[in-house]
Design a binder for this molecule. Structure first.
Ligand SMILES: [Zn+2]
Length: 311
């Protein structure tokens, strides 16, 4: 697995994005060994063991949040190409798809479904099926992802209960999986999503991002980042902020990747035409305010080191 969290001296799980690269005082949540933060340009940012990598990290899958940073839904590259083609030829034009064009793998994965009002039956894209292409609106993306986030939490909790009951030898690792999942879940819930319009001496830019701090602090940092690339940053307008919506940032990047405008190593900037900005902002504004359910409220309350399992 790519280990994304280390444990600090207080027992708190610390995300790789919150540390600078190089040796750290953090420890592996599975084996307690010292960690080094690897933050290069090619591989995903992760923690490596300063000495030897432990078995759980070598053999276990990192308990990722569903549809958080990977949107290909485990499709083979052939199925993915097929899905893209069907979207281009049919889905994007609201045409139904004839059954003989539909690979069975895409139906099994829940990406295409029968439209019951057509006879003989034809197929159409499900909301899930639009996600690998980035065609699903942000509001509907939340509706698809939220139940999956909770379902996986429940699954990990049950795995711990089961391991406790059986007194399984890998109980500690299974419990660590749950803690890592909870830390990630808590992180997206405690983040505020923001969308900015930025005027520099050369360009008008847009930026998506998340923060757990007051937005004014972020704006000051963003200005400093941009002044390394532009003569002046004349104004930064906050077009919107959305509480508890850290889950959306990476899907936004996936959905609007064609408009991405990298500036040096800054990757969260976009160049939209004036008309497109209205559409993008509309997409964001249609998201319903996030109402936390009781499980999510509990997650936000607990410190990362004290995640309890309901017994
Ligand atoms: Zn380890």
């Amino acid at each position: 697995m790519w280990l994304k969290y280390g444990i600090d001296e207080n027992g708190t799980l610390v995300n790789i994005s919150d540390v600078t690269k190089g040796k750290t005082s953090l420890k592996c949540p599975y084996c307690d060994c010292k960690l080094t933060a690897k933050k290069g340009k090619i591989k995903e940012h992760h923690f490596a063991h300063t000495k030897q990598t432990c078995r759980p990290v070598l053999t276990r899958e990192f308990p990722v949040l569903p549809l958080y940073d990977n949107f290909d839904i485990h499709l083979s590259s052939k199925d993915f190409q097929q899905l893209k083609l069907l979207w281009k030829e049919y889905g994007s034009a609201y045409y139904f798809i004839s059954p003989d064009l539909v690979p069975s793998g895409l139906i099994r994965a829940g990406l295409l479904q029968k439209n019951i009002s057509t006879f003989p039956y034809q197929y159409e894209f499900t909301n899930l099926g639009k996600i690998p292409i980035g065609a699903l609106e942000l509001m509907l993306f939340n509706e698809v992802q939220e139940p999956l986030l909770l379902k996986k939490l429940l699954k990990l909790e049950l795995a711990v209960e089961h391991a406790l009951h059986k007194n399984a030898p890998d109980l500690d690792y299974i419990f660590t999986d749950l803690k890592l999942y909870c830390a990630q879940f808590k992180r997206i819930l405690s983040c505020r999503l923001y969308f900015l319009e930025i005027y520099t001496n050369q360009d008008t830019l847009h930026k998506i991002g998340v923060t757990q701090r007051p937005i004014s602090e972020r704006l000051a940092e963003i200005k400093i980042d941009l002044l390394a690339h532009y003569q002046s940053v004349d104004d930064i307008k906050v077009l919107g902020t959305w509480e508890h919506r850290g889950n959306v940032e990476l899907y936004f990047k996936h959905r609007y990747r064609d408009f991405n405008y990298p500036i040096g190593n800054l990757t969260e900037y976009y160049k939209f035409q004036t008309e497109d900005v209205k559409i993008v902002l509309g997409d964001l504004q249609q998201m319903k305010p996030k109402v936390l359910n009781s499980v999510e409220i509990d997650l936000l309350k607990v410190a990362n080191e004290r995640i309890n399992v309901k017994m």
